[in-house]
Structure formats: C-alpha cells, structure tokens
Design a protein around this ligand. Structure first.
Ligand SMILES: CCCCC/C=C\C/C=C\C/C=C\C/C=C\CCCC(=O)SCCNC(=O)CCNC(=O)[C@H](O)C(C)(C)COP(=O)(O)OP(=O)(O)OC[C@H]1O[C@@H](n2cnc3c(N)ncnc32)[C@H](O)[C@@H]1OP(=O)(O)O
Length: 187
C-alpha cells in the first residue's frame, strides 16, 4: 500500500511558480542539481501540474556501471534529487530523505535523458510520501525506473547543527548559493 499510512494531500505552497517554470538548483554544490558541482548529475527540474515536478537527467560516460549503461546507484541518486525537489518546492519546508526505494525495470544507456515525473502523494505529520517514474528520452517513453520515498520534515537547525562549518560559512557569505530563497544561516 502506498502511502503506507493515512495521509493528507496539502495544496502546493502559494509561492510555487506556475506550471512549466524552470526551477533553480537548490544548492550550487548539490551533487544532484548544483551548477557549480562539475562532477554532479545536473538534474534540471520544472513545475508540473498539480502536485507534480518534472526533472530531466542525462546519463553520461561518468555515470557508467557496466559498459555503456548507467550505474543503478547513480540512478537512485537522481531519483532522490527529483523526489526531494518535489517535496521542497511544493511544501517549501526543509526535509531530508528517510527512506528511498527503487525498481529498475530497464537498462538505461549512456546518452539517455531520463524524464522523471515525481509527485507528492501525501503528508502525515512530519512524514512526506513521494513517488516518481523515469521514462527513456521522452515523457511518453518506456518506463525504466520507478521510485518511492519517505522524506521527513526537519527544522533548518538540522542543517546548521550537522553541516560542515566551512560550507555553512560559505552559504552565509553568499546566500545565492542556495538558489533564490532567502535563508538565514548563522553558524
Ligand atoms: C526556508 C526554508 C526553505 C525550504 C525549502 C524550499 C525550497 C527547496 C527547494 C528544493 C528542495 C531542496 C532539496 C531537495 C533536493 C534533494 C534531496 C536530497 C535529500 C537528501 O539526500 S537528505 C540526506 C540523506 N538523509 C539524511 O541524511 C537523513 C538522516 N536521518 C536523520 O537525520 C533522521 O533519522 C531523520 C531526520 C530522518 C528522522 O529523525 P528525527 O529524530 O527527526 O525523527 P524520527 O526518528 O522521530 O522520525 C520521524 C518519523 O519518521 C519515521 N521515519 C524516519 N526514518 C524512517 C525510515 N527510514 N523508514 C520509515 N520511517 C521512518 C519515524 O518512524 C517517525 O514516524 P512517526 O512520527 O510516525 O513515529
């Protein structure tokens, strides 16, 4: 059963941009989406209809597990990012991945762009349930990966208490590293 508990489905946050709007990286050095993270996955997300966010991830030679094929762990990472950005942008509250499960249905060759459609399935207290499927090269392409996750809402303190001090200082000095959102960090 998914979600595994009774949930509410909140309206998306009033500050969520209109469907079709591209979303900025949430952190410039994020491995999933950061534009200053040269070795990262460089997912690009945009707002979908209702409780949906669409992300795109292009598999490169750096992402191989077997010759010419994407590594499953990297695909899981891409889904973590796509699901996390769905939670963050639709609820506009900080959250972390508590549990992530993935089903790999087809091999994903280097050069593929996965079109990942994620949706918010519901919220139960601090628990947020999200799911996604990734299709090969087109929004109506064959499904290659499905994922479901539980995110847990946290206070900003979670990041301040646990993050490495020099990285927190860098963000405090240059808040634009966190995309367009004003966040107060005083480590
Ligand atoms: C100004 C605000 C800005 C807001 C943001 C706005 C826009 C943002 C835009 C974009 C989005 C941004 C980012 C998204 C992108 C990428 C996503 C990547 C995310 C990650 O990559 S993030 C790193 C990996 N992640 C961790 O580093 C977590 C380590 N972990 C912990 O820090 C703790 O473990 C924590 C906090 C998870 C829980 O700890 P805790 O003490 O706070 O709470 P507790 O344990 O009570 O759990 C509460 C309830 O969740 C249930 N629960 C917990 N874990 C479970 C599990 N695994 N399975 C089943 N249920 C579970 C419990 O059973 C309980 O349920 P119940 O309430 O029913 O008892």
């Amino acid at each position: 059963m998914w979600p595994p508990v009774a949930v509410e489905l909140p309206e998306r946050h009033e500050d969520t941009p209109a469907p079709g709007t591209d979303l900025p990286p949430h952190y410039a050095y994020c491995f999933g989406c950061g534009d200053r993270q040269e070795d990262g996955l460089h997912l690009r997300a945009s707002v979908g209809e209702g409780q949906r966010i669409r992300s795109r991830f292009t598999v490169t030679e750096a992402h191989q597990g077997a010759p010419g094929l994407a590594h499953g762990g990297l695909l899981a990472c891409a889904f973590d990012e796509a699901l996390g950005t769905t939670v963050g942008n639709l609820l506009r509250r900080p959250a972390v991945t508590g549990r992530l499960e993935t089903d790999f249905l087809r091999p994903v060759p280097v050069g593929t762009t996965l079109v990942i459609d994620a949706r918010l399935d519901g919220v139960a207290g601090r628990k947020v349930y999200v799911s996604a499927e990734g299709r090969i090269d087109a929004e109506d392409g064959p499904v290659a990966v499905r994922a479901r996750a539980l995110f847990v809402l946290v206070e900003l303190k979670h990041f301040i208490d646990n993050g490495r001090a020099e990285d927190l200082r860098a963000v405090a000095a240059d808040p634009s590293l966190l995309g367009s959102r004003p966040v107060e960090l005083n480590p």
